[in-house]
Design a protein around this ligand. Structure first.
Ligand code: GLU
Length: 313
């Protein structure tokens, strides 16, 4: 049976209610001082389908900073400009099981960061972007993938992280000392901090997920925004390592390639041109939005979206 808009809307509303019930379990990120100002009661979801169906509940239109979700777009840009061989000669493709900002494995196992979804990997990814103005290229890409030309930088969050990002500085200088990072660490970090501080809404993220699910093609224009081979790489890494050191449990429960950020966003995609974006700044201990994760789980269950589910959307 085809799933119509009313069924999707009902599933989102139920999921949103359940998400609200678990908000008490989370806490807004405060290690970047400016993030602590987020309204902890916010919770929103948007599901978008390539046929133009858009369903929303709650705070789906409130802007927040992408944070780690930017790592997926930085990877797209690095693969587009530097190519597969260069990028993956410097970064691995394996999940870590460690915190997103861990330095541990760099010293213990491999001088290459384990994957592009952790901070060490994303800093190297950033260094691989070969355009005259990497941040502007990132912004242009984000605007096209989110279908929103108004997407912009949040200056306050950017400055807040630049002022306090000592751990990311440690990672960048360690990578430099091991000759993994080409270029000036401070310059690369500046682009990295800016990318993390670009603002999106849950609706923007749903559009992004829908484009990824549609193999990189914008259904509205028919334009191939991202090569489908690059989409396949990014989506696979989202499935394996997109939810920090909770990626395995999330894959079992939700079963959708996803990426979260400490700003409270999650982007997910299901088969056949379906994108989902959620926003809820209260995070669990792993750094994932508690309300967003619950919404993803309920929506996936209700609509049978899990990649290994037998039902089809
Ligand atoms: N800007 C954040 C940092 O590097 C991103 C972390 C995240 O969202 O996981 O610490």
């Amino acid at each position: 049976m085809a799933i119509d808009k009313a069924m999707i809307q009902a599933a989102l509303e139920e999921a949103w209610d359940e998400g609200r019930n678990v908000l008490y379990e989370g806490k807004v990120a405060d290690y970047i001082p400016e993030l602590a100002k987020a309204d902890s009661s916010n919770l929103g979801v948007c599901l978008m389908r390539k046929d133009g169906t858009v369903c929303t509940v709650g705070d789906y239109n409130i802007p927040f900073t992408m944070q780690s979700i930017s790592k997926t777009m930085a990877l797209i840009l690095a693969l587009q400009t530097a190519g597969y061989d260069k990028v993956f000669s410097k970064i691995g493709m394996e999940p870590t099981g460690d915190r997103f900002d861990s330095i541990l494995q760099l010293e213990l196992k491999d001088w290459r960061p384990f994957n592009p979804m952790i901070n060490a990997g994303a800093i190297v990814t950033t260094s691989c972007i070969e355009t005259p103005d990497p941040f502007q290229s990132f912004l242009d890409l984000a605007r096209s993938l989110c279908g929103n030309p108004k997407i912009r930088l949040n200056e306050c969050v950017y400055r807040s992280e630049k002022r306090t990002g000592t751990r990311n500085r440690s990672i960048a200088f360690l990578l430099k000392s091991d000759h993994v990072l080409d270029g000036e660490p401070e310059e690369i970090l500046d682009v990295y901090f800016r990318m993390c501080s670009v603002m999106v809404t849950a609706k923007d993220l749903a559009h992004y997920g829908m484009i990824l699910s549609n193999h990189g093609v914008d259904p509205a224009t028919g334009k191939q925004l991202v090569d489908s081979r690059i989409v396949r790489i990014v989506v696979t890494l989202m499935m394996l390592c997109g939810m920090y050191d909770e990626s395995g449990e999330y894959a079992v429960k939700v079963g959708l390639p996803s990426k979260s950020g400490v700003g409270g966003g999650i982007v997910a995609l299901a088969r056949q041109g379906v994108g989902i974006g959620t926003f809820g700044p209260k995070l669990n201990k792993k750094g994932n939005s508690v309300g967003g994760e619950k919404i993803m789980q309920v929506v996936s269950e209700k609509l049978g979206l899990h990649v290994f589910d037998t039902k089809t959307f």
